[in-house]
Write a protein that binds this ligand. Structure first.
Ligand code: THU
Length: 163
């Protein structure tokens, strides 16, 4: 038996002002698009903003449905839209934020398992790490790549024969 330890680096910032300009703009874009989320059932409005390799920003938010499994998270709305419209452009970073039922920034925010898998797919597709910025009420956490959110992941390499 061999035990291995998998470590992730989480850089924690206290406020927007501490971030570099491009990160700050991305978080602001996520905060803005969160306002437009369609979340009448959970009251939890999530915004996601992607920094594309050309410097442009693509945004998405959660879209709920009376038939609950049909709804989709903010992260996947943004990622699918970006990948559909700009199939040649790599995604460099994603900022995610949420407004809770009281109208304040959510205390804790972390992408769901499905969104982690889609983030990983986009990272794999362009062979470039996607930095993750998680903007919650008292801190902004920055992770280096999508693997940090999903260690021991299943990806396209797993499907290759004989590897
Ligand atoms: N949600 C997101 O959009 N992203 C996350 O990272 C967490 C959860 C949405 C899904 C649902 O519309 C609502 O938040 C409550 O789960």
């Amino acid at each position: 038996m061999q035990a291995k330890e998998i470590k992730i680096l989480v850089s924690e910032y206290e406020s927007l002002e501490e971030l570099i300009t491009t990160d700050r703009e991305l978080v602001v874009a996520a905060r803005e698009i969160a306002q437009n989320a369609y979340a009448p059932y959970s009251g939890f409005k999530v915004g996601a903003a992607l920094l594309m390799e050309d410097g442009s920003i693509v945004c998405g938010n959660n879209q709920e449905n009376a038939s609950s499994p049909v709804g989709i998270c903010a992260e996947r709305t943004a990622l699918f839209w970006a990948n559909a419209n700009f199939p040649e452009k790599a995604v460099k970073a994603i900022a995610v934020t949420a407004i809770d039922q009281s109208g304040s920034r959510a205390i804790n925010l972390s992408p769901c398992g499905a969104c982690r898998q889609v983030l990983l797919e986009t990272q794999h597709r362009f062979s470039q790490p996607i930095r993750i910025l998680l903007d919650s009420r008292e801190k902004i956490e920055v992770l280096q790549d999508a693997d940090s959110l999903l260690p021991l992941s299943f990806n396209g390499n797993s499907l290759k024969a004989g590897v």
